[in-house]
Design a protein around this ligand. Structure first.
Ligand code: NAI
Ligand code: MG
Length: 362
């Protein structure tokens, strides 16, 4: 059966990088004898402004029939009043993640050869870890409210939620991942000294589950210290497990030390396969460089490697896993030729990089 992929190109550079990602996917799948089909969906800020339609429950029901979702990026100009209040973030990104129960946000932080890191003296040997960010709870689940708005007595609260169920399944995923890696080391990142309720749930779950994974070495860092170590000694990390908001922040730092937004790939995973997972570059729609063939498509291309490996695992398709691995290898063959996200300075264009990766697939 061919894989069935939903494609949401989105806004700005989203469709540009997605185009390259899909061309690489086609080449890798073709070489591995893997068949698939794609269906495009228009969900985006542009579509919302034009039609008033964001993404509703019928759309979610339709998307559930797919094996995976390819996402470019969604979002308009930062200060567009028509998009105020996080309507796109909540209406598209968070709705997809929550409704499809994509409870893991997987973000590899790996410095490829040839890519510049702003960290002095660090090489690809030092920066090679994976962040497992919980993706459905914490401060992002929308619990809270605002009252007496606009008065001097205004009150706002936004609740940090940690359920034993949600925390446990995330931590288990991280232990399973750590177990597959050579170093087998897992660090919990939180702020348990101050957030002593949610942090307590995380810490106890972590300690208890660790007893089932005696082959995995464990550690704990407060999130502020983690930011420092990611810069001063990133080699101390192998796998990090982290709640949603702290994960959002440290993974941007992770992207920066591994060469920038043009490089960082991610997967929003439903590891149980009860709904499709979604794969996207970490970056946004970059309105400042949209339409100029300047966006680095490596992050989007690498996300296709993650997609094929994950879908292959869930569907028991070794050809998909192999094609995914081949994309990862091909990307690492071409990165020495250019640096980070500054494509305009390195003399390459979006479409050149796509072509180079396809050539490197061999
Ligand atoms: P951004 O990631 O779009 O851009 C930040 C900076 O990095 C810009 O200078 C941009 O030119 C550069 N950049 C990003 N991706 C690049 C690439 N592939 N190659 C070369 N340079 C790249 O973040 P920003 O500017 O904060 O947000 C722009 C829009 O994107 C907003 O509407 C925001 O809400 C949305 N957004 C969407 C995300 C998603 O769809 N997952 C994630 C982050 C932001
Ligand atoms: Mg972010």
């Amino acid at each position: 059966m061919p894989l069935n992929l939903a494609v949401i190109g989105g806004d700005g550079i989203g469709p540009e990088v997605t185009q390259q990602a899909l061309e690489v996917l086609a080449a890798a799948a073709g070489a591995a004898g893997l068949t698939y089909k794609t269906t495009e969906f228009p969900f985006s800020a542009t579509h919302f402004i034009a039609t008033g339609h964001i993404l509703d429950d019928d759309d979610i029901a339709e998307l559930k029939a797919y094996d995976a979702i390819v996402l470019g990026a969604v979002g308009g100009q930062p200060n567009d009043p028509r998009l105020a209040g996080g309507v796109i973030e909540k209406g598209i990104l968070l709705k997809l993640r929550f409704d499809l129960d994509q409870y893991i946000n997987l973000r590899p932080v790996k410095l490829y050869d040839g890519i510049d890191t702003p960290l002095k003296g660090k090489t690809s040997k030092d920066i090679d870890f994976v962040c497992v960010r919980e993706n459905t709870e914490d401060l992002y689940c929308g619990l809270g409210g605002i009252m007496r708005k606009g008065t001097p007595h205004e009150v706002a609260n936004q609740t940090m939620v940690a359920t034993r169920f949600g925390v446990e399944r995330c931590i288990r995923y991280a232990f399973e991942l750590a177990r597959t890696r050579p170093r087998k080391h897992l660090t919990l990142v939180h702020k348990t000294n101050v957030l002593n309720f949610a942090g307590d749930t995380w810490h106890r779950a972590f300690k208890e589950i660790a007893e089932e994974y005696t082959d995995v070495e464990t550690g704990y860092h407060h999130v502020d210290a983690c930011c420092m170590y990611m810069v001063s000694q990133p080699e101390c990390y192998d796998v990090i497990v982290v709640p949603n908001m702290f994960g959002d922040i440290i993974t941007d730092l992770g992207a920066a030390i591994a060469g920038g937004m043009g490089i960082a790939a991610s997967g929003n995973l439903n590891p149980d396969g009860t709904a499709p997972s979604m794969f996207e570059p970490v970056h946004g729609s970059a309105p400042d460089i949209a339409g100029q063939n300047l966006a680095n498509p490596i992050a989007a291309i690498d996300s296709m490697g993650l997609l094929l490996r994950e879908v292959g695992r869930i569907k028991g398709e070794p050809a998909a896993v192999k094609a995914g691995q081949n994309i990862g290898v091909a990307v690492q063959r071409v990165t020495p030729a250019f640096a980070g996200e500054k494509l305009d300075r390195s003399g390459y264009f979006t479409t050149d990089i796509g072509r180079m990766v396809i050539d490197a697939l061999g």
